[in-house]
Ligand binder design. Structure first.
Ligand code: AMP
Ligand code: GLY
Length: 430
């Protein structure tokens, strides 16, 4: 079958490389794609990831058999609904289920209604009411979240009343985050290790993939600004069998059943952002899609046919899909443009990769996030440029192999964290 993948980052590159292992997989198109994905798929740069009509037209024109919608925005906009309406099978939740990520207020109210463990909260549209609530709680840090999508940047951890008041006014009165911040969630601060669990679901069963850990801050030791993610490891040692069993019983299955009860059946990849507080898992956030850069470690840890599993999520046959998690560990180190996530330059030539954009010795896989081809050269084209993933028998082996590969790649201004996996116990580099 011919496949169209919507998106153009490291996550989409990882999905494409994994589905190409499937005997079912024919030609792969990617819209818009990027300079590195072009080695694995035919890229269509003119169709942006948020272009719902363009995606439907492209799928019809290329007569593809299946579309994988990877990013949050098109899912929240209803791209899967539009494709289905045109008779094109697609992977990903419909609009009425993607709201689980599209509105934090919706997600919090759902969890409250169905008793799913999450931080205590209130929802506000009025700044004075929100400020009065924060003052009455008088507990810092406190967490202020924009309701809608904000590129992963709509969460402020306020350390004092003053910071909380500023964040509330910025969002509700100052238009920070635009429409996404016209409604806010104020919630209790939780602390504990964070775990990302990406799970496939067909609305009946939930099949978690390997657990993982993101590193969201720009700098070592979790300092600096929040980013889309600077690196990942899998599995996540905080996600013990005991925590996993609790998460399945108290969070995963109840969420799926709650969405069914609301008439919003979720089919696709549901990402549970969990925090483990004294051994108990809580939901920090839901995402309606594969995580980035979690996918760049989770899929290399998956044994089995991703394409068949994705088709099974649509057809309601996920219980029978044959896949499992490999032994060992994977680590992904993101190589970013200097200055990311604020201001950075692009168009820098990337050295150290072969004609396919890979490490010549094959010791790691390079997932391209923000690259483009200019003439014969591969150049940077975004904040996050490459995700370099390696596997190993131990976490240290995986992290060391990823960093060895990173050390062979160069571009002007390049920045990466040097402590990926450290929190999870890696001692590489000490
Ligand atoms: P989110 O966009 O909801 O994933 O939030 C971004 C990050 O903010 C999370 O990965 C956490 O590190 C942090 N965060 C969000 N909610 C809370 C909370 N209730 N308590 C502590 N940290 C939080
Ligand atoms: N890495 C976090 C996310 O994909 O939202």
């Amino acid at each position: 079958m011919d496949i169209l993948v919507i998106g153009g980052g490291g996550r989409e590159h990882a999905i494409i490389r994994k589905i190409k292992e499937s005997p079912l997989c024919g030609k792969v198109y990617c819209a818009p794609g990027n300079g590195g994905i072009a080695a694995d798929a035919e890229c269509i740069p003119s169709v942006k990831a948020t272009d719902v009509e363009g995606a439907v037209r492209l799928a019809q024109e290329k007569k593809v058999d299946f579309v994988i919608v990877a990013p949050d925005d098109p899912l929240v906009l209803g791209m899967v609904d539009a494709l289905e309406a045109a008779g094109i099978p697609a992977f990903g939740p419909r609009k009425n289920a993607a709201i689980l990520e599209g509105s934090k207020a919706f997600a919090k109210d759902l969890m409250k209604k169905y008793g799913i463990p999450t931080a205590a909260y209130e929802i506000f549209t009025d700044a004075e009411a929100a400020i009065a609530y924060v003052r009455a709680q008088n507990a810092y840090p406190t967490v202020i979240k924009a309701d809608g999508l904000a590129l992963g940047k709509g969460v402020i951890i306020a350390q004092s009343e003053q910071e909380a008041v500023t964040a509330i006014r910025d969002m509700l009165e100052g238009g920070r985050f635009g429409d996404s911040g016209r409604r806010i969630v104020v919630e209790q601060f939780l602390s504990g290790p964070e775990v990302s669990v990406l799970a496939l679901t067909d609305g009946e069963v939930v099949r978690p993939l390997c657990s993982s850990m993101d590193h969201k801050r720009a700098l070592d030791n979790d300092e600096g600004l929040n980013t889309g993610g600077m690196g990942t490891i899998a599995p996540n040692p905080a996600y013990t069998d005991e925590v996993a069993a609790k998460a399945m019983d108290r969070i995963f299955l109840p969420t799926i059943r709650a969405m069914n009860a609301e008439g919003r059946t979720f089919r696709g990849c549901l990402y549970f952002g969990l925090m483990v507080v004294d051994g108990e898992p809580y939901v920090i956030e839901y995402n309606c899609r594969f995580g980035d850069p979690e996918t760049q470690v989770v899929l290399p840890m998956m044994e089995g046919d991703l394409l068949r599993a994705m088709i099974a999520t649509r057809e309601g046959t996920l219980a029978q899909a044959d896949f499992s998690t490999r032994d060992g560990f994977a680590a992904c180190v993101v190589m970013a443009s200097g200055g990311y996530p604020v201001k950075y330059e692009t168009g820098k030539e990337i050295f150290g990769l072969d004609a396919n954009g890979q490490i010549p010795d094959g010791s790691a896989t390079v997932y391209h996030a923000g690259t483009k081809r200019e003439g014969g050269a591969l150049c940077t084209a975004g904040g996050r440029v490459l995700g370099v993933t390696a596997r190993g028998r131990t976490l240290n082996d995986a992290v060391a192999a990823a960093y060895r590969a990173v050390s062979t790649i160069r571009f002007e201004g390049e920045h990466h964290r040097r402590d990926i996996g450290r929190k999870a116990g890696a001692t590489y580099g000490d």
